[in-house]
Design a protein around this ligand. Structure first.
Ligand code: 3PG
Length: 307
């Protein structure tokens, strides 16, 4: 029977791991858990005899892959897989998958929680502004972006979507307008939701010029990755525009300084919590188990990201 290691520094909920351990029996795989591990060595030791690996944001670099000579499949329980050295895994013949969509709703709901908190000046009682009738721009129109679009329409917002994979007329909703360029999206929309992965193309791609081009009372919500922001450009824009707000689920390195300097204009969650709901945890954990077992038993590689 093949063995799958669930290695999570930030564990799935107990309900989820109980489910995984139980369901594994019916899927003809053995599952072992390594949660909240204290060191890389602990991870490497646990990797030495497993064929499958399930992780969340855990860093799986060359050293980790080299510590796993029998490894056949890595499943990232979640959407973003920038924590995994996919190219090296490919070189070693290891399939990498994610579980797209499984935590999308949690992130979409959080987007509005963060947005409303900023438009109401962190609930301080200071005068804020409303989102009804304003324009929401969604950069990255995947599972999360599409949900955000629907929720934005429910708030009576106008919606534009921009994505390198999106073609005119294909937003899937006649009320969601196609926007051809990132530049246009920022110039057109008072609220921007970032839902793009961190790639060589997107890293530091959101900076001073885009932020300065946004309409009055601009809010940028980043539930994606901190790497997509040009932090120097952000700080400069915040200092020049008191009507610019930046809220993120992944704090930049200088978060504390930004909070001290820009007060109501910025907010960062204490820990990345976009996928931290019962439902998202369960959905992502269950999908990760099913996909890894299916690959180990039948070589089915739906959602492979390192072809
Ligand atoms: C994702 O990429 O799915 C989210 O960023 C969630 O990451 P997490 O599993 O580390 O919370």
């Amino acid at each position: 029977m093949k063995k799958i290691l669930v290695a999570t520094e930030k564990p799935f909920s107990k309900e989820t791991t109980d489910y995984i351990l139980d369901a594994a029996k019916g899927l003809n795989v053995e599952v072992v858990l390594l949660e909240k591990y204290g060191s890389r060595d602990e991870l490497y030791a646990a990797l030495k005899d497993v064929e499958g690996l399930i992780v969340r944001s855990d860093k799986i670099d060359q050293e980790a892959i080299d510590a796993a000579p029998k490894l056949e499949v890595i499943v990232r329980g979640g959407a973003g897989y920038d924590n995994i050295d996919c190219a090296y895994a490919k070189e070693k013949g290891i399939v990498v998958m994610n579980t797209p969509g499984q935590n999308a709703n949690a992130v979409a709901e959080l987007t509005f929680g963060l947005l409303l908190m900023m438009t109401r000046k962190k609930y301080s009682g200071k005068q804020g502004f409303e989102i009804s009738g304003k324009k929401m721009g969604i950069l990255g129109y995947g599972n999360i972006g599409r949900r955000i679009a629907n929720y934005a329409l429910g708030f009576n917002m106008e919606v534009e979507a921009c994505d390198i994979f999106l073609k005119p007329g294909e937003t899937g909703n006649e009320k969601v307008a196609y926007c051809p360029t990132v530049k246009d999206l920022f110039a057109n929309c008072q609220v921007i939701s970032l839902n793009i992965p961190a790639t060589e193309e997107t890293k530091k791609s959101i900076g001073y010029d885009l932020l300065m081009s946004m309409p009055k009372n601009a809010v940028v919500i980043n539930t994606a990755r901190k790497e997509v922001i040009d932090e120097e450009g952000l700080a400069k824009a915040l200092s020049e525009r008191t009507d610019l707000y930046y809220v993120a689920d992944i704090a930049p390195a200088n978060a504390q300084e930004l909070v001290e300097e820009f007060g109501d204009q910025v907010f960062f969650t204490a820990k990345k919590l976009g996928a931290q709901t019962e439902e998202a945890n369960f959905n992502a954990g269950r999908a990760a188990l099913n996909q890894s077992a299916q690959y180990l038993n039948e070589k089915v590689a739906d959602y492979q990201v390192n072809k």
